[in-house]
Design a protein around this ligand. Sequence first.
Ligand code: 5GP
Length: 243
Amino acid sequence: MKQKDLLYTGKAKSVYRTDAKGKLIVEFRDDITAFDGGKKDVLAKKGSYNAEVSRFIFEYLEEHGVKTHFLSMIDERRMVVRELAMVPLEVIVRNVAAGSIVRNYPFKEGTPLNPPVIVIDYKDDSRHDPMLNDDLIIALGLTTAQELAKIKTVALEINRLLSALLLKQGITLVDFKIEFGRQGRTIYLGDEISMDSMRLWDKKTGASLDKDVYRFNKGDVMATYNNVAGRITGKKSPAQNKR
Ligand code: 5GP
């Protein structure tokens, strides 16, 4: 398969057309951003850690019956995916109160949310991703009521599967953001699931194991990503083997 022209470039990934019908290539770049792009850096190897974790999670979810856009890897930072018409929603599932819901509502950080809370934002940087509700999503024509129900069911199933996977590695899945797209009438999980899109806490120490390390200058971002990628995928990277 040949990589063709650039279709779309986001804050941390680029999407390319290919010569294969219905297939695209997603490249995970080393760019890292936070606060609506207000903080930006380039961190060597970051793209490959996120690509590897996304691949591992997409394969794990597929094995458990979740339809994802993932098809195969080309190299350590590029994956072949199904071409989807993306739904401009950021679907966030929360198991523990943290981040924006602690800033915006009277939750105490660390409070368990049981059952999990789903928050859906409108994916539009120019509007700073405002929070939606079901009526707004349907009034805006972003999904049908049926599709929205399906998206929420799949999001909760992903949460159940991922929480169990991470817990085995001593990691609490605090919250995560996912995006969906359509191919025909079928809804697929798209985008990525990585340390950039999950909030992860070490179960024993409570330490942040995700992009919060970058957002809030909590330590060595790439050492954290390297370590977490190894824990999640069960593979030790060369840097870890040296220790
Ligand atoms: P919060 O709303 O607390 O800022 O974020 C909740 C969760 O969704 C966090 O795990 C965060 O990383 C993820 N998230 C929210 N918005 C975005 C976004 O625009 N991009 C990415 N990659 N993740 C996001």
